[in-house]
Write a protein that binds this ligand. Structure first.
Ligand SMILES: Cc1ncc(COP(=O)(O)O)c(C=O)c1O
Length: 387
């Protein structure tokens, strides 16, 4: 990977005047993968009927087999979906919640996942329970402890992040899943950030459901994800399905979302091949090393202790505020300086989250550190000051 240091930014369409430190949010698609997606669009237009009736079912079967091998899941348990939002939606549509049941989330749960869980609970008189997480301990152990303390006899489902979105914690989902299942809790893992960012073996985790995105760290076009469903749950999942092929059952009946664009899913093998050719271990090690080094630079600007060596290609650092408006203002101030990062409030604390992928350079982090030095300390009218 080091040998390609020079031109690798050119493998993407990214605007070179912007410091793109926000890969974890929306990904970024390499030119070669975009070309593959264009080929699929052209194939549709040459003969739409041929494509939707004959090519698509055949190709979806092939992609399902390929991505299942990549994530370490039995292909018979996997369905291809546009995103994790829809994966979580299917889980909540299929786990039979009843009045009085509890669905366990955490302070770090992604807002869209929380909204879906709250809506599902409200329909039947169940309730969401949120495990409170400490603002000063970004460890898996703290999450595991807080989650397990919230388990009651009424806990029906726990939705656990594999890598937390606001705080970038890699959770020991094997250990936590085993503990939850031992208490009779159904476990769904939200692996939105996992495929491509860490080695992944879904079947070893043993959760009832696991859903993950390919359009983040695998650099697939947006609209590519999967859901792996444990045996015993597949019939339940079908019940939640709409679409004119629902009667086909599992898995193809779940994958037909009507007449829409399936090119992101069909281009996912090209994205996997692109990164595979560079070597997954090297790619992941390089991203962790770069974000660790970048976090050191940023920590200096924040007058903070450098965070520990990154286990994933993202690092979150606490800010000296918990004011959501101030955090939003800082994000927009940075954007006007052509620096894109995630800034959020969760765990009653503001956090800055930085991401690194192969196109990232140390200079991007230096720019961020410089901007923070300028924007944060001693500025009474600075973006972290209440207006
Ligand atoms: C932890 C987590 N869950 C779910 C999602 C939603 O993913 P998508 O927008 O691809 O549906 C995200 C998106 O960033 C996330 O970080």
């Amino acid at each position: 990977v080091d040998e390609v240091e020079g031109p690798r930014g050119e493998w993407w369409e990214l605007d070179p005047t912007v410091a793109h430190l926000n890969h974890g949010a929306f990904g970024a698609v390499p030119r070669t993968v975009l070309a593959e997606q264009r080929r699929w669009h052209e194939a549709v237009e040459r003969n739409p009927t041929e494509f939707y009736w004959r090519t698509l079912p055949r190709e979806m079967n092939a992609v399902r087999r390929q991505v299942a091998a990549f994530v370490g899941a039995d292909p018979g348990r996997c369905v291809l979906l546009p995103n994790v939002t829809s994966g979580i939606g299917l889980v909540l549509a299929s786990v039979m919640l009843a009045k009085g049941d509890e669905v366990l989330l955490t302070d770090d749960t992604y807002p869209g996942v929380r909204a879906a869980a709250e809506a599902a609970c409200a329909r039947v008189g169940a309730k969401v329970v949120t495990a409170a997480l400490p603002a000063d301990d970004l460890s898996s152990a703290a999450i595991e402890r807080a989650v397990l303390e919230c388990v009651t006899g009424r806990t029906r489902l726990a939705i656990i992040d594999h890598i937390t979105s606001p705080t970038a914690v890699l959770v020991d989902v094997i250990r936590l899943t085993a503990a939850l299942k031992a208490s009779g809790v159904c476990v769904a893992i939200d692996g939105a950030h996992a495929p491509g960012s860490i080695p992944l073996n879904v079947d070893v985790i043993g959760a009832d459901f696991y859903t993950g995105n390919f359009h983040k760290w695998c650099c697939a076009p947006r609209g590519s994800a999967f859901l792996a469903v444990g045996e015993g749950h597949q019939a339940e999942v079908i019940r939640g399905v709409v679409g004119s092929r629902a009667m086909e059952g599992y898995p193809t009946g779940l994958e037909w979302r009507g007449t829409t664009d399936y090119s992101a899913i069909l281009s996912t093998p090209a994205a996997l091949t692109f990164l595979q050719q560079l070597g997954w271990d090297d790619v992941q090690a390089q991203n962790r090393a770069m974000v660790t080094r970048g976090a050191e630079l940023v920590a200096t600007a924040l007058h903070a202790q450098p965070p520990p060596r990154a286990l994933v290609p993202m690092v979150s650092m606490p800010l000296e505020t918990n004011d959501a408006d101030a955090v939003h203002r800082l994000r927009e101030e940075l954007a006007t300086r052509r620096i894109e990062v995630t800034l959020v409030v969760c765990r009653r604390q503001g956090y800055l989250r930085i991401s690194s992928h192969l196109y990232s350079q140390l200079d991007d982090f230096t720019r961020l550190a410089g901007a923070l030095t300028e924007l944060l300390p001693g500025r009474r009218d600075g973006p972290l000051t209440k207006s």
